[in-house]
Design a protein around this ligand. Structure first.
Ligand code: PLP
Length: 224
């Protein structure tokens, strides 16, 4: 399949999945094209095919794509772990940062940002030690601390699903993250609207959308 065909297939699947969801009437899914597998020329093809939200998981790769696609109108997502010492190199170029996982990192972002940065809090829902993100207990404890950073807007929660989870387990994890997002939104804390959910990748984006995802991050489905 060509890239254009892959894009068409994903767009069709997303709109079919959204069709019967009342929650989607005023809140369509944002499809973030993850370009970590490909060079800037291929990423350019993806943007020209209509995927104008682009995500990279590493700072170096992000900066490379950002420079090379500077002539295009792109919404930029940094979706992977960010070391504190690299915050200053990248944070003001990012439209959405998906992997905020500590108060210390938030402190550094707040200090270096020259405008308000939209961030997702990353949640480790499966409790696997190999996964980044705040556990549910940690999140409940530290959540109010994120309120004081005026250069950070916590737009929602982000999560990665464990590899090899069954469909039933996935559904349960997705529902847990959705419930958590709603409960945080209901607290109406300053700087924490938390109306969005970044979850679902190539293997499970349809299921994620059914369970409330508003951002899906798709890489291999486009490029393989
Ligand atoms: C690579 C990556 C994705 C995309 O994964 P695919 O399975 O290739 O769609 C999504 N989110 C993050 C954080 C990633 O690193």
């Amino acid at each position: 399949m060509t890239l254009i065909e892959n894009v068409d297939a994903v767009l069709k699947q997303v709109s079919l999945t959204e069709k019967h969801l009342a929650s989607k009437e005023n809140h369509p899914t944002t499809i973030v094209g993850v370009t970590k597998y490909v060079d800037a020329n291929k990423a350019r093809e993806l943007v020209l095919a209509g995927i104008t939200d682009i995500g990279e998981n590493r700072v170096e790769l992000f900066l490379d794509k950002y420079e090379q696609l500077a002539d295009l109108s792109v919404t930029w997502h940094l979706i992977g772990t960010l070391q504190r010492r690299k915050v200053k190199d990248v944070i003001n170029l990012v439209d959405y940062f998906h992997a905020l996982d500590s108060v210390k990192l938030a402190q550094e972002i707040d200090k270096r940002a020259t405008h308000r940065i939209k961030c997702f809090l990353q949640v480790n829902i499966s409790g696997e030690s190999s996964k980044h993100g705040l556990s549910l207990d940690e999140l409940n404890q530290v959540l109010p601390e994120f309120s004081r950073f005026t250069n950070i807007e916590i737009v929602g929660l982000m999560t990665m699903m464990p590899l090899g989870a069954t469909e039933v387990e996935l559904a349960d994890f997705f529902d847990q993250v959705k419930a958590l997002q709603k409960s945080i939104a209901n607290q109406k804390l300053p700087n924490i609207p938390c109306t969005e959910l970044s979850m679902g990748m190539s293997q499970d984006y349809q299921q994620a959308i059914k369970h409330g995802a508003t951002f899906v991050r798709i890489g291999s489905k486009f490029f393989k």
